[in-house]
Design a protein around this ligand. Structure first.
Ligand SMILES: Nc1ncnc2c1ncn2[C@@H]1O[C@H](COP(=O)(O)OP(=O)(O)O)[C@@H](O)[C@H]1O
Ligand SMILES: [Mg+2]
Length: 255
């Protein structure tokens, strides 16, 4: 049996009379790359807010590595290894790229940032910091102030900090929003290598990105998951094409 990283069971969220998330049940395997797609207003970000603890479900449960997390504070859920990036930037812009990642590594080791220590001499911290910089394509830029990084590299640094801090389930909400085509391609490549071996849950509009990156795709329409399957099967799913993809306006990648 495969291990389940994140499990949503009969999850509901209403704001007043409006039911935004409607009885969502979904298991995401450890190491899986899972995409959530759906029209604007479908409830994708709300679902992320329920998972990351920003919102409390009206009913239902969220379990992370088998432990109930719904109702827990966001920072406690974060301490259990679930991280949501691209919402609040956690980059220290006045520090270098390397220092940012090293802070994350020190945090994960539970040391905090002890400025009076010669932290550069700690071999384990150094090795781990380099590994993460390498994984995220940031070795060449390690000595740059974070504020000077191009947009796509800032996103890479956010993932790097997240991973340095010990996250193994990573939520990305529209990571390529506002990027040009070439930036998007680079960002996707970075996301792919940076999250290697981690569990990734991604909301993304760019269908090319989704169909290329995801192991499985869930289609959310009016707060309801109407299909959850491999990209191949989602492409051929009549219900999905009718409800969301729309026959007249199919992106090239999935037509
Ligand atoms: N805090 C909130 N209070 C009231 N309505 C909300 C709140 N958050 C989200 N919604 C509503 O939930 C619906 C889904 O929003 P959202 O999850 O942002 O959709 P998506 O990310 O799929 O575009 C929208 O109609 C939005 O107005
Ligand atoms: Mg959204």
């Amino acid at each position: 049996m495969t291990a389940i990283a994140l499990s949503l069971k009969d999850l509901n969220k209403s704001f007043g009379p409006a039911k935004i998330i409607d009885n969502v049940t979904l298991d995401i395997e450890k190491g899986e790359r899972h995409a959530i797609i759906g029209p604007n207003g479908a409830g994708k970000s709300t679902l992320f807010n329920l998972i990351s603890g920003l919102y409390t479900p009206t009913s239902g449960s969220v379990t992370l590595h088998g432990e109930e997390i719904s109702g827990m504070a966001p920072h406690l859920i974060n301490h259990r290894g679930l991280s949501r990036s691209f919402q609040v930037s956690n980059i220290f812009t006045n520090m270098t790229v390397r220092e940012n990642v090293r802070c994350g590594v020190l945090n994960a080791l539970g040391q905090g940032y002890a400025f009076w220590r010669n932290i550069g001499s700690n071999k384990e911290v150094q090795t781990r910091t380099f590994e993460i910089l390498d994984r995220c394509g940031l070795v060449d830029k390690a000595a740059l102030p974070a504020s000077l990084l191009p947009y796509a590299d800032q996103r890479a640094l956010e993932i790097a900090i997240t991973i340095a801090g010990g996250a193994d389930v990573i939520l990305l909400d529209e990571p390529t929003a506002g990027m040009s085509h070439s930036e998007t391609e680079r960002a996707v490549q970075l996301i792919r290598t940076a999250t290697e071996g981690k569990t990734l849950i991604i909301v993304e509009h760019d269908m090319g990105v989704i169909f290329d990156l995801a192991d499985r795709i869930s289609v959310l329409v009016y707060g309801d998951i109407i299909a959850s399957d491999t990209p191949q099967n989602i492409r051929g799913n009549a219900k999905v094409r009718e409800a969301y993809l729309g026959d007249e306006d199919l992106p090239e990648e999935i037509a």
